[in-house]
Design a protein around this ligand. Structure first.
Ligand code: UDP
Length: 198
């Protein structure tokens, strides 16, 4: 829905090597369109898996995004829980100059770069700077730093099993309501595409 209105974001999504379905709406939409996606992959779980991989293979990681205090806590969590990871550098998502962050990453050539600025900021930043990087996997992970640092709690298991994690997040952060208001328009768009397919 965002990409329909924002062409820079649309380009970033189109040019990504992988697009991961982190939302039950995408799973439902894919079923309606007759190309069902296997499962939902929450960004926070993707980040945990990648950190695990990084720890086992002694990869270097750069962390970009979130508030300074969140980043500090996350740094400690990674040191304690993923001892094989070396932190190439980090920068919070508010005070630092985005250009300066890109330069630091160019200089330190980390294996993995987690960008947690929220959508569409993180995708645009990655897409804009990607051509200057000589190596590395760049992943937009939204609010994952908040969760992995222990600052924000993920929805309890029952909410996740019922595919209601999105509702839990709205209740906890009412500012997210604006996004939920797009849901009826999203479903209508999917149904329109389905009818055209027929
Ligand atoms: N954020 C940031 N800089 C900004 C705006 C947001 O670092 O200018 C961070 C914010 O602190 C939070 C994350 O980006 O950690 C966005 O989380 P959200 O749950 O909104 O992500 P989304 O749902 O968009 O994936």
């Amino acid at each position: 829905m965002m990409a329909n209105k924002d062409l820079t974001f649309a380009k970033a999504v189109r040019e990504a090597d992988y697009v991961v379905a982190d939302g039950i709406g995408l799973i439902i939409g894919s079923k309606i369109l007759g190309h069902p996606l296997k499962e939902r992959i929450p960004g926070v779980e993707l980040m945990q898996e990648l950190l695990d991989l990084a720890s086992r293979n002694h990869f270097s990681v750069y962390l970009y995004g979130a508030k300074p205090e969140v980043l500090k806590k996350l740094h400690t969590v990674i040191k304690d829980s993923y001892p094989g990871v070396s932190i190439a550098g980090y920068s919070d998502g508010y005070t630092s100059s985005p250009e300066e962050v890109a330069k630091q990453i160019e200089a330190t050539t980390p294996d993995l770069v987690f960008v947690a600025l929220g959508a569409p900021k993180q995708e645009k930043w990655i897409d804009h700077h990607y051509p200057n990087f000589s190596k590395g996997v760049f992943v937009g992970v939204g609010g994952s730093f908040d969760v992995l640092s222990g600052t924000v709690k993920r929805a309890p298991k029952i909410w996740r099993t019922l595919n209601l994690e999105w509702l839990y997040r709205i209740i906890k952060q009412p500012s997210r309501w604006k996004r939920a208001l797009l849901l009826p328009a999203y479903l209508a768009a999917i149904v329109r595409i389905r009818l055209r397919q027929k």
